[in-house]
Design a protein around this ligand. Structure first.
Ligand SMILES: [Zn+2]
Length: 471
């Protein structure tokens, strides 16, 4: 499905949806929220950026197999002047090459060709596997250097606030050591990453465009493909970051491809993580990806059972959920929200389109659902990421109207992990909703007021048309 967004963005329906206060964005990856053009520009304008590859990239076919990433180094260009670059068969694996040199020596069109190639590596159109394997390491390696991280965060915060989003929980995989500005030696943990994050968020909220913005937190995300040892290391970093920057870390998730380790297989180590959290007195709730496939696959379905049993507060994707009435009952009873992203599911080849996406079935069975973006970078453009999902839902589903969208927005606020709460408190707060006394209730009250203003604006601005007509 390719949509003519330029045309769509001129419609009345688009104008209405853009203005709709969208509550929280709960399903989004930080690396995918970064605008690729902006990132490449920033990399080129930041001094000391180098690239390295696990093997030479002399023939174009190699580029899909070899890992190619960025790293800061203060070493002068002179040091590496006569060493072969990764475009030569004599390249020494892992050798650092200054970005400018790698670009200008790119065999297919010099710097311009390199920029185009790099962009294509960050926005593959082939599907999830390629996207994860190629784009994520490239983007995350750049987000591991302080000046680039700060610059990209500023850009991302501005874009999401401009899209009418009030709060975000970004999933992020910490798979590269973090370098502070001008430092060759990486940090031992991710405390400084969290510090820069908190700092930029505070700065953004102090600006005019960030005034109504409630905040952003990070769901620490590990990869299923890791060995138990590597996984426990990642979990330990998570605990350390949470101890020092409790406001930054809101939850824990573990992601990967379906053929990798199942949640069942991971249960022992997840319990180990739980125990570490309890010992440190930390509240890091699970917010798992599960049921990532529409097809009949026992493992994906088993993942749903495990996610529920492990006490996941929300479930991401849940594509196979609609086939299991028992699970649906259990999800409703345990007050678990399903984070749906029909548009990216389609782009990733997991579903055929919004019409066949389980979203409408879940809604009709009374499952709490919210709309997310997951991999906006794949859409080629990152502005208005959530407005596009809303547009697709209202346009693609006959049963969906403004009331349906508003309900999903309300859900997104109710299921936000604004603050650390033990399970009992979380559940009672959820139940009380707007009548509660904490941050959640306040956010709901604020949103109701904003929504009322929005409805007034719609009736004044579009006095002679109806939303259904605008479709
Ligand atoms: Zn996801």
């Amino acid at each position: 499905m390719s949509l003519d967004w330029e045309k769509i963005e001129r419609t009345d329906l688009w104008k209405i949806l853009q203005k709709l206060p969208k509550g929280s964005l709960l399903h989004a990856s930080l690396h995918a929220a970064v605008d690729v053009d902006y990132l490449i520009e920033t990399a080129f304008s930041t001094p000391g950026i180098h690239v390295y590859a696990t093997r030479h990239l002399a023939s174009p076919d190699d580029s899909n197999e070899v890992s190619f990433v960025f790293q800061y180094s203060s070493g002068s260009a002179k040091d590496t002047e006569d060493k072969p670059t990764m475009w030569s068969a004599t390249y020494e694996p892992l050798g650092l090459v200054p970005l400018e040199r790698a670009a200008s020596s790119f065999p297919d069109g010099g710097e311009a060709g390199f920029r185009a190639w790099l962009k294509s590596q960050c926005t593959p159109k082939v599907g999830f596997l390629d996207y994860q394997r190629r784009a994520m390491p490239i983007v995350n390696s750049l987000l591991s250097y302080e000046p680039i991280l700060r610059s990209c965060l500023r850009h991302v915060f501005a874009q999401i606030a401009a899209d009418g989003i009030g709060y975000v929980e970004f999933r992020h995989i910490f798979n590269f050591p973090y370098h502070k500005q001008g430092r060759d030696t990486p940090e031992e943990d991710y405390g400084e990453w969290c510090h820069a994050f908190q700092d930029e968020l505070a700065r953004f909220r102090g600006t005019a465009e960030g005034r109504g913005f409630h905040g952003v937190r990070i769901i620490w995300t590990s990869r299923r493909s890791l060995s138990n040892r590597a996984l426990s290391e990642s979990m330990t970093y998570c605990v350390l970051a949470k101890c020092d920057y409790p406001e930054v870390i809101s939850g824990f998730d573990i992601v990967g491809e379906r053929d990798e380790r199942s949640l069942t297989d991971l249960v022992p180590i997840l319990f180990w993580f739980r125990k570490q959290c309890v010992e440190e007195g930390l509240e890091i709730p699970f917010v798992f990806h599960a049921g990532e496939s529409l097809r009949n696959e026992d493992e994906a379905d088993q993942g749903l059972f495990d996610a529920i049993l492990l006490g996941s507060r929300r479930i991401c994707q849940g594509l196979s959920l609609h086939k299991h009435p028992l699970l649906i009952d259990s999800i409703k009873e345990k007050k678990i929200l399903v984070e749906c992203s029909p548009m990216s599911d389609e782009i990733l080849g997991l579903t055929d389109g919004i019409q066949t996406h389980p979203l409408s079935v879940l809604l009709s069975r009374g499952v709490p659902v919210s709309l997310g973006t997951d991999v906006p970078g794949l859409l080629g453009q990152n502005a208005h990421i959530l407005t596009r999902q809303f547009w697709q839902a209202i346009h693609g589903l006959d049963s969906m109207g403004l009331a349906g969208l508003a309900m999903m927005v309300e859900n997104s606020i109710r299921w936000s992990c604004y603050e650390d709460q033990p399970t009992g408190e979380w559940l009672s707060d959820l139940r009380e909703g707007i009548l509660g006394e904490g941050v959640r209730a306040r956010q709901l009250q604020e949103w109701y007021a904003e929504f009322e203003k929005f409805c007034e604006w719609v009736t004044q601005e579009f006095a002679d048309i109806e939303v259904d007509e605008a479709k």
